[in-house]
Design a protein around this ligand. Sequence first.
Ligand code: NAD
Length: 503
Amino acid sequence: MSDDLWHFIDGERVAGKSGRTGDVCNPATGEVEKSVPLASADEVRVAIESAAKALPRWAATPPAKRAQVMFNFRALLIEHMDELAHLVSAEHGKTLEDAKGSISRGLEVVEFVCGIPQLLKTDYSEAVAGQVDSYNVRQPVGVCAGITPFNFPAMVPMWMFPVALACGNTFILKPSEKVPSCSLRMAELLIEAGLPKGCLNVVNGDKEAVDTLLDDPTVSAISFVGSTAIGRYIYETGCKNGKRVQALCGAKNHMIIMPDADMDQVVDAAMGAAYGSAGERCMAISVAVTVGEETGDEFIRRLAPRVQALKVGPYTDTAAEMGPVITRESKEKIERYIDEGVGAGAELVVDGRGLNLQGYENGFFVGGTLFDKVTSDMSIYRDEIFGPVLSTVRAQSYEDAKQLVLDHEYGNGTAIFTRDGDTARDFTQSINVGMVGVNVPIPVPVAYHSFGGWKASLFGDHSIHGMEGVRFYTKLKTITARWPSGIKEGAVFNFHAGSDGGH
Ligand code: NAD
């Protein structure tokens, strides 16, 4: 028996009316736990109208007052951390520690926008000509929407709505239908924090809901995080419809291991970066490029037993290092890629297929998988697998290793492990990837910097959160003003006695 979820519109839980629903599973057991309503176009329009109605007052609310709501929300997130982490883990499957870590990263974005009065300050030029001054203001874009993926049910929505709201916009969130509960709960916490009703609406749904957001002229800006195929569609359709769009997409992140790298550090880094969260991270390392035969041999010799020993289990098992993947289709897709890698001639060092956990026989588990001697023509190298599969490519030189990254379709993250400053500097300077680590395997920027890839990993002109987020969610206006020169003796100003017009 599954529980029914809802939409959250105009500050209230609203039951779905479309008659269409989706299953929300516990990936560890394979059981359907909840049923999520999939919104019709009409239901989405109700949410858009609610956001449009709330906009003028919220946009006119002083930034310091909007920041106060964010301060309150921050306190509530901390108070409800355990509850939110359980919601994340129960629907996504990641360990509780991972879930809490991801909520903390979202929390950092909320902390960043607590400083929104300072962040919205702009330039002023006195006397650009004669008695003329010129200055900029950053104003809200309007009604904004966010479409988010399954892999970070709390963090990715928090990359978006806190920044949008703090900038004075209202927001419609369409979370992944696989993990809707955390977004619904955060929307309630925001009401408790003092956000006026209608400023944040959550509509659950699929393509129909997304297409309605893309087509409705009231929606001015769309943030998307998800796969490249859908992101490209959203970017193209949204732009065609005159909206501002940022679409953060798929990835294939390379870690280059130079012969002088600290191998203890490398192996620890590869374990966390390739297998943490079952590889379902857009910044996961999915390719290790070893430079020189000896480096490759040592890497595989030391990594293989660690991958073999990875403890896979449900999030309720506190000893588990890695949980299940999100769906049965996802498990089957990952196992198909492993078959293809074997078929193409890669060396399968650790095989995660066919993992059967006692008591969780129907769970969507895939064991840690390690390939050696992968080449750039193989599908396990080219495609984003989004599972716990690490492909090792042997390169003969730094130049060959770098060329692999330069030539790859994706450009989200990459890392180089070396003790050599020249090599590291050349890499950071010349690589065509958005986020680069030097001896840091997952170089995710902190909240006050911005997150975003290059190439097929991001469509649009703005990365997300940090100042790029503030720029995305505001429109720049430049005002040029001329005032009569001098104050004349006995001049009468048009202030009404008793009004607060002078403040
Ligand atoms: P997805 O593209 O399947 O879904 C993302 C969102 O798009 C969901 O809300 C979904 O309901 C919606 N959607 C799905 N199909 C649609 C369609 N045909 N039309 C309109 N909307 C549709 O992605 P996912 O499987 O949920 O997430 C995994 C992907 O997200 C991976 O590719 C991963 O790399 C990517 N990701 C990227 C980043 C980043 O910052 N670059 C971060 C997290 C995840």
